[in-house]
Design a protein around this ligand. Structure first.
Ligand code: ATP
Length: 299
């Protein structure tokens, strides 16, 4: 399989803000790639560069070996962007048909409407739809040209459970057929459930890149969580195996490389820890990995 998207040493600034700083990325055809990161990490900037809507200040972007804008023109790329404006006065089916008509090899309109779950809205005016319904229309427009690369920026924002499920079903069907999907999301479970690979951005740089399990194992270890009345970090950081202590309200989360040793000491010295209760252990989940690798920061 070839490379669908290639970014080489891509940087982009807005005035003094460095939105992307030397990003390298190769996305193979047939992959579903989730781009994750805190607010302001550079996700939208990266996707906009992949779509040719923004130019990098430095570095190069290629889509199927061409300049992104060229690939877009050839109908190889479909996009769903945050808050993209829609024509208000047209009816849904007309809009989908008009957009499909601009592509060389569109999907049949009926099939697009069904995949995006907008058949029931066919005769409705776009401007009178609810936020979630409009988001489904945006997804339909992204699919209309049957693009080999689909780029989705927070595609499920505002969608109800059933619409989200339908969207991910279409994404999986496309990647199973060798098409490529790159999406940004703040819902880590979506990345966990539907992405083959996660690219984690923080402060404009890729801080982790790989399959979900590899990202989790970068942080590694086990998490022990419990409730306590006395949440000072120093009580827990000297327990054997403990690498990191986080306080979340009345809950303490310990990341440990040796959960048996940590728990043994916690319970063996029960007098010192008699306020500890509701102890739970779990292997590192994506959320913990995210917080750990991005420093949990927001700009
Ligand atoms: N048009 C713009 N003018 C000035 N600064 C911008 C502009 N667009 C983005 N930025 C800045 O560039 C950085 C990256 O923004 P970007 O929108 O790519 O982040 P993001 O990861 O998509 O964030 P979010 O999760 O909030 O959508 C941020 O610091 C943002 O404030």
């Amino acid at each position: 399989m070839g490379i669908a998207l290639e970014l080489k040493a891509v940087s982009r600034r807005y005035g003094a803000t460095v939105a992307l700083n030397g990003v390298d990325l190769d996305v193979e055809q047939g992959q579903a790639v989730a781009v994750l990161g805190p607010n302001g990490a550079g996700k939208t900037t990266m996707l906009s560069i992949a779509l040719g809507l923004l130019s990098p200040d430095e570095g190069t972007a290629r889509v199927f070996g061409r300049l992104p804008a060229e690939a877009l023109k050839r109908g190889e790329v479909g996009a769903l962007l945050q808050d993209a404006g829609l024509l208000d006065d047209v009816r849904v089916a007309e809009l989908v048909a008009a957009v499909a008509g601009m592509y060389p090899r569109p999907m049949p309109v009926e099939r697009v409407m069904q995949a995006a779950g907008v058949q029931d809205l066919a005769g409705r005016r776009v401007g009178r739809l609810s936020g979630g319904q409009q988001q489904r229309v945006r997804f339909a427009l992204a699919l209309a040209g049957d693009p080999a690369l689909l780029v989705l920026d927070e595609p499920t924002v505002g969608l109800d459970v059933e619409s989200r499920r339908a969207l991910w079903q279409e994404v999986r069907a496309r990647t199973a057929a060798g098409r490529t999907v790159v999406f940004a999301t703040h819902y880590l479970t979506e990345a966990d459930d539907y992405a083959d690979r996660i690219v984690l951005l923080a402060d404009g740089e890729i801080v982790a890149d790989g399959p979900v399990d590899a990202i989790k194992s970068l942080v590694g270890g086990t998490e022990i969580r419990f409730r306590t009345d006395r949440t000072d970090v120093s009580r827990f950081e000297r327990l054997p195996g403990v690498r990191q202590v986080r306080i979340e309200g009345r809950t303490v989360a310990l990341r440990t490389g040796d959960s048996d040793a940590t728990l043994r000491t916690l319970f063996a010295t029960f007098d010192a820890f008699d306020d500890v209760r509701d102890v739970r252990t779990a292997s590192t989940d994506l959320e913990s990995a995210f917080v750990s690798l991005t420093g949990g920061q927001e700009r």
